[in-house]
Design a protein around this ligand. Structure first.
Ligand SMILES: [Mg+2]
Length: 399
């Protein structure tokens, strides 16, 4: 079969309703309706095979106005060459610019070879153990409004089959509140499921991070993630934190690109690596998984989605799929756009009795997108064809 040359890329921005969820603070907000924004990317080739990827947020969209025209005319199967060219071109913003294009190219390759992506990557497993990753704490009646409410929800998730549970503390959490929550959840379900704390950088000081970390130690937590307001960037501080507490640290969610993430490990500043296919693409995430494996440690993927499942199904050294954000009052991930025509979904009830989800088995990402919905709710975007491709003034494409 001849090689597929990219003839056209389409970028579509669209809107959808988000109900009962505040997408700014990631809290349960009953009765609320917010406008969510999504990005849909489609890559067409001269042999009729296309690749697609749709994700929430417009974060990747500004970068797509640079990268989507640039890939027109290239061989769609040369993902590594495209990854390396974009890396060279985009420098510090490389992974943010590579992610969405790379995932759509992997979807295209899967359709070209008629195989799911995880098989092309070298399949390792089909069932992915999940952790219930909560909404951020709220102050709503019946919500995640107290340490006991988090403990009740952890117990509910344990009964459902979840093998692990992660607390996202309140945005304005105090160390006292956080410590009480860690103890409440630890006393209720500790020893029966793996427990994690992710304050998402909410504590003000390093000292707060140490105090709360010691509570994680007492309850035998599985990991402690991004505790305070350095926003997960200081290698020095997290090496110090590792010296002061026993609980393994999970950092690098907010560190972008391969080398800086690995440098974090080499500085003794984290125990786990963290990555998201939306940032770096499937190509970048598999490089990160290999780097973690070479160092003898694990890579934990951030958030949920078909690209995440395809990657995790091809990685040995990864423990859990993040079912995020879940809440006792919400069945679906209400912040995600309703774009799947196929029987694919993430949400509190998406797991089987063993607490696992499966990897989609269709070609590429293994999901069918609802393009009628996307186009009906389209708010902007662009289509790029040969002739509209911009040339990089400094480097050009790698030959
Ligand atoms: Mg996190």
């Amino acid at each position: 079969m001849s090689k597929p040359i990219i003839t056209c890329t389409e970028v579509h921005e669209f809107e959808y309703e988000i109900r009962d969820h505040n997408p700014v603070d990631f809290i349960y907000e009953p009765g609320s309706v917010y406008i969510g924004r999504g990005t849909a990317l489609r890559i067409h080739t001269d042999i009729g095979v296309s690749g697609e990827y749709v994700t929430r947020g417009l974060a990747g969209a500004p970068m797509l106005s640079t990268t989507a025209p640039w890939v027109v005319g290239l061989n769609a199967l040369e993902r590594e060459k495209i990854y390396q060219s974009l890396k060279l071109w985009l420098k510090g913003r490389a992974w943010q610019g590579i992610g969405l294009i790379d995932i759509a190219l992997w979807d295209l390759a899967g359709k070209y070879y008629d195989a799911p992506i995880y098989e092309l990557l070298g399949g390792y497993r089909k069932k992915l153990p999940c952790y219930a990753s909560t909404h951020v704490g709220d102050y709503i009646k019946g919500g995640l409004n107290s340490p006991e409410a988090f403990a009740d929800f952890a117990e509910q998730c344990l009964k459902m089959g979840y093998p692990a549970f992660k607390i996202h503390e309140w945005r304005d959490v105090t160390p006292k509140q956080g410590i009480a929550t860690i103890h409440a959840v630890g006393k209720r379900v500790g020893g029966k499921m793996d427990l994690m704390s992710d304050p998402a950088n909410s504590y003000n000081t390093f000292a707060d991070a140490v105090k709360v970390g010691r509570a994680c130690d007492e309850e035998g937590f599985f990991w402690y993630e991004d505790p305070y307001m350095d926003c997960g960037h200081s290698q020095f501080a997290h090496r110090k934190l590792r010296q002061l507490i026993k609980t393994p640290l999970l950092l690098t969610e907010h560190v972008t690109s391969l080398e800086p993430k690995v440098d974090f490990v080499l500085a003794d500043a984290t125990d786990f690596l963290r990555g998201d296919p939306n940032d770096g693409g499937i190509t970048g995430i598999m490089k990160l998984a290999g780097a973690a494996e070479a160092l003898g440690i694990d890579l934990e993927l951030h958030a949920a989605g078909p690209a995440h499942r395809q990657c995790m199904a091809a990685i040995r050294n990864s423990n859990y799929y993040e079912m995020f954000p879940v809440h006792p009052k919400l069945k679906t991930l209400s912040y995600s756009p309703p774009v799947y025509k196929s029987n694919y979904w993430d949400g509190l009830d998406a797991i089987d009795k063993d607490g696992c989800v499966t990897v989609p088995e269709g070609p590429g990402l293994g999901v069918e997108y609802d393009w009628d919905f996307i186009m009906k709710h389209r708010t902007g975007g662009a289509e790029y064809k040969e002739g509209s491709a911009i040339k990089n003034p400094r480097f050009g494409r790698i030959k």
